[in-house]
Write a protein that binds this ligand. Structure first.
Ligand code: GLN
Length: 278
């Protein structure tokens, strides 16, 4: 007979190539057993008489091939909210939580702000902000119909009603609409000439990651078109790679934004830049 403790030991060893084998093993075993990690901690001697189930072995194999844990469980936590994710959406990252925090600090209290999450993916930014700021209305836009379906599901599951969805290629379908705050996590990964993505993101949608040769193609599009979509006094906040801050600040200057400030993620890297409409 095997116990939860033994299954976790077995699974961690199989996942030795992951950065976080024990954590992955716990999350996947909880998923296979239809329970959560806290129950595994509470009952390490819980029996699994049949040994590892076929489901659990399948999950371990996929993980060994580099398939992300969040796609295997179908969910990822972001700012204490559980988001559904699938292969149409980027998996929300902890560094983006910092971007949401920075946006919330800058949205004035009780002014019924209109907020745009441009390239919403799973809806993580839009749903997190809409649920914390019920006085505001949030528009979540994405080019990907598959991603928008997931984002809608996440809004519903989290009972967030002050949100609407638009299918749009950046500002393409937003016509003359203006917002008080625009938050954008664009694709900013450099794709080399081979067109092959870096190893760790090869399962995530290229549409959400590919920022062209120097990673800045979408950033440039968003910044250059931003002024036509921001209300006076409004701002845009854009996530970028640790080494793109200089480029982003320069683009904001070129397009006459003001109060340009860059903030850092938890690892101490430059991760987002905010700028106000002139
Ligand atoms: N932070 C992500 C990564 O490095 C990239 C996200 C993005 O392009 N928006 O994998």
């Amino acid at each position: 007979m095997q116990t939860v403790r033994e299954l976790l030991k077995f699974a961690s060893a199989r996942l030795g190539a992951s950065d976080t084998p024990r954590l992955d093993a716990e999350v996947l075993l909880a998923a296979a057993l239809g329970t959560d990690r806290s129950r595994l901690y509470a009952h390490p001697e819980m029996a699994a008489p049949q040994g590892p189930s076929a489901d659990f072995l399948r999950l371990l194999d996929s993980r060994r091939n580099g398939f992300p844990v969040a796609y295997l469980t179908g969910e990822k936590e972001f700012r204490s909210i559980t988001f559904r994710v699938n292969r149409h959406t980027l998996i929300p990252r902890p560094e983006t939580e910092v971007v949401v925090e920075a946006a919330l600090e800058r949205i004035p209290a009780l002014n019924r702000a209109r907020i745009l999450d441009l390239g919403t993916g799973s809806g993580a930014i839009a749903v997190a902000i809409a649920s914390e700021r019920p006085d505001c209305t949030v528009t979540a836009a994405d080019l990907s119909v598959g991603a928008l379906a997931v984002a809608r599901e996440n809004a519903l599951a989290n009972h967030v009603a002050n949100i609407s969805f638009e299918q749009s290629d950046w500002f393409g379908n937003l016509h003359n609409r203006r917002f008080d705050a625009i938050i954008c996590n664009p694709p900013y990964v450099r794709y080399p000439d081979t067109g092959l993505p870096p190893e760790e993101i090869r399962y995530e949608p290229r549409l959400a990651l590919d920022g062209g040769h120097n990673g800045t193609a979408c950033i440039r599009t968003v910044i250059s078109n931003g002024p036509g979509h921001i209300n006076p006094g409004g701002f845009i906040i854009i996530e970028h790679a640790h080494d793109q801050g200089g480029f982003v600040r320069e683009q904001f200057r070129v397009f006459h934004y003001r109060n340009i400030t860059t903030g850092h993620d938890h690892a101490g890297h430059e991760r987002y830049t905010c700028a106000f409409r002139a």
